[in-house]
Design a protein around this ligand. Structure first.
Ligand code: ATP
Length: 333
């Protein structure tokens, strides 16, 4: 069974199979493999988070899915249609908001943009009138409807770009870094709006993001790409559970010696060691539960007392850091 199938997402709407993409650097002629044999499916109604450090290959993957970039190898099917062979038909199922490219007319007002892009998709004003009203209110843009896009803040423009993408009524929405560069307040607002949309509408959404709360709160499943390849494809709740059962906070009776600290760092490079006035704490995320014995051996060597052991509640940010910075392969069955 694939990730996603157990939650009722049975029908595949996006099928990405073995895609590769390389670029040649203009100056040095060096070949960069941006995407290296990436495969995954997205089920109808699923919200998928596409994560990875800078340069991992997320944007290239999204651009190949929405037909802006041609894969060197592999295939992409949208609703069963090959994006290369039946491009126009396949693209009818997709709307995308790409990072840094908000696809809006700057000299048109907010409302005019919504009307223009609806018309572009072959929808009449009458057909979309109610939906435009709904989107203006959902995205808190009603009081800006007659303002030119040119004069809007970056956050407002981003909200409008997403509203335009939703208006097209496509089954698939691709959002590349929707909250990048937005201030905390507007990122939060956008996340809440997207949360409502995800709950109310059964759209298939791929979100690439560095904003971990966005992924934790909106996505059903996540794919983590590192150096062009998929290192994790798993449901968000499973990843959190998995890491939660491995994350411990250990309170010690005494401080560790330098030799012990060195061993701790060597064996558990992502652990943290804190010496407070009353307490010494080690926080560690174990890759295998039996690793706890090796940890205890470090304490035992010099008779350090363990006062308490607690599980740590972990958030998605920590999960992501563990996987990417630890460069471990958490491919799960
Ligand atoms: N048109 C291009 N020409 C040359 N190299 C490119 C091009 N597009 C992407 N790359 C390179 O391919 C790699 C993957 O880039 P991509 O933008 O897909 O990554 P990303 O995961 O979206 O990163 P970020 O989070 O920084 O946007 C990077 O090394 C990037 O420099």
């Amino acid at each position: 069974m694939e990730a996603g199938e157990d939650e009722g997402f049975v029908e595949k709407i996006i099928e990405v199979h073995g895609i590769r993409k390389s670029f040649k650097k203009r100056k040095t002629k060096e070949i960069i493999t941006a995407v290296n044999d990436v495969s995954f499916d997205v089920h109808r109604g699923e919200v998928l988070g596409l994560l990875g450090p800078n340069g991992a290959g997320k944007t290239s993957t999204i651009k190949m899915i929405c037909g802006l970039l041609q894969a060197d190898e592999g295939s992409i099917h949208i609703n069963g249609l090959d994006i290369q062979k039946r491009r126009l038909k396949a693209l009818k199922h997709i709307s995308a908001v790409l990072e840094g490219n908000r696809n809006l007319y700057w000299r048109l007002t907010v409302r005019e943009n919504l009307e223009y892009f609806a018309g572009n998709r072959g929808l009449s004003r009458k057909e979309v009138a109610a939906q435009i009203e709904k989107l203006l209110s959902q995205f808190h843009l009603k009081d800006k409807e007659n303002e030119l896009v040119n004069g809007l803040s970056r956050g407002m423009q981003q909200k409008l770009a997403i509203a335009v993408a939703l208006l097209a009524n496509t089954e698939v929405i691709l959002l590349d870094e929707p909250t990048l560069g937005l201030d905390v307040e507007i990122s939060y607002e956008l996340r809440e709006i997207l949360k409502t949309i995800v709950k109310e509408e059964k759209r298939t959404i791929i979100i690439s993001s560095h904003d971990m709360p966005v992924v934790q709160e909106l996505c059903d499943r996540t794919i983590i790409i590192n150096k062009g390849t998929v290192v994790v494809d798993e449901r968000v709740e499973n990843l959190l559970k998995l890491f939660e059962t491995r994350a411990y906070s250990i309170k010690l009776g005494d401080a560790l010696s330098e030799a012990q600290q060195l061993k701790l760092q060597r064996k558990f490079p992502l652990s943290t060691y804190k010496v407070g006035t009353h307490q010494t704490t080690v926080e560690v995320n174990l890759e295998h539960s039996e690793d706890i014995y090796e940890l205890f051996d470090i304490f035992k060597e010099e008779g350090t007392q363990v006062e308490s052991i607690d599980r740590i509640t972990i958030d998605f940010e920590q999960v992501f850091m563990e996987i990417v910075k630890g460069e471990k392969n958490y491919a799960m069955a």
